[in-house]
Design a protein around this ligand. Sequence first.
Ligand code: CAA
Length: 380
Amino acid sequence: MNFSLSEEHEMIRDAAREFAQSELLPGVIERDEKQQFPKELIKKMGEMGFLGMMAPTEFGGGGMDTISYVLVMEELSKIDASASVIVSVNNSLVNYGLAEYGSQEQKEKYLSKLTTGEKLGAFCLSEPEAGSDATSQRTTAIDKGDHYILNGTKNWITNGGSADYYLVIAQTDKEKKHRGINAFIVEKDWEGFEIGPKEQKLGIRGSDTHSLIFNDVKVPKENRIGEDGFGFKFAMKTLSGGRIGIAAQALGIASGAYELALDYSKQRKAFGTEICNHQAIAFKLADMYTEIEAARHLVMKAAWLKDQKQNYDLASSMAKLYASKVAMDTTIEAVQVHGGNGFVKEYHVERLMRDAKITQIYEGTSEIQKIVISRSIIDN
Ligand code: CAA
């Protein structure tokens, strides 16, 4: 067993750290306030290779391992979780889904543009009545021979307004329940595809979240991913890896908040000494540090299993469940360590606290992770 990072991993982590400091930190408060994420910044993330990290090099990807991806996600999330969710959805859900299950033509046409940042992807599973209960898809795709006709509404779609290519999950045969679900690649400018209003959110406000409306959208048959009826398994398999990315995001939010709290506690004086010298603060720091380290082990174990081509469904759910709880707990405590300043935007911890909450909700709520974990341990 080896707990240390390779030199290459350290270099990748340092490059992401440097990028986060120089490119993401300036303007992060403004992006949060205005609910905006400039296209140029997405382009810069593409130039750094962050948007195609694990995808095969033959399709423009970096061909890197999941450990590298997790390191980048942690570093970006320490500073700007809105940036890291863009990276996460594009890599874990869209690129991975296409690289693993797409046809050669789909990879050439779509994946090769998504890996470089030329185009951005979105993953569209959730619906007004099918968030956690993903089998209950109301969006329909009716088989018309050489194409499908897509109708329905998707909700809370990350990159909803800014994406170019959308992986859309829809019901093709209701009778067959989850075996009658398919996944399709839909392009933004296709007739009948409408982007709904932007959601006003508590956290990750820089990332744009929209509902999407499909009105008789004609989808060519060659844009279906995999065999007929593969859509539900496609979503589950893809989300399982996605949960490693979100766990890494939660880890980054927690470690970002911890680092700010530690620095602040070494500078701020009360009752004649720096506040880190008071046990009330020192014990908080000890708890934060220990819990973050435990979360990091779970996240790295899940990433390692994926890289070893072993089953990581249980590990990714455990990593997401725990890291997202640590993100929430740590950010609340980091605000407390900062006292009144913690409530003020310029100290960053209030934003991290707001951003932390979504990690317990998207790509499966904490309750969903407990379903996956409990089923796995009971079945074995
Ligand atoms: N890999 C492969 N197959 C899987 C699988 C996995 N990880 N998990 C389930 N399946 C298969 C099962 O084997 C079963 O197939 P068969 O019947 O052919 O054997 C089928 O899928 C149905 O499985 P279940 O009976 O377990 O399904 P269920 O209805 O009980 O639901 C669930 C399982 C875990 C609750 C699932 O619905 C789920 O994960 N829900 C949460 C969905 C989710 O994460 N939504 C987030 C939206 S995406 C998002 O947030 C993106 C973003 O923008 C950031």
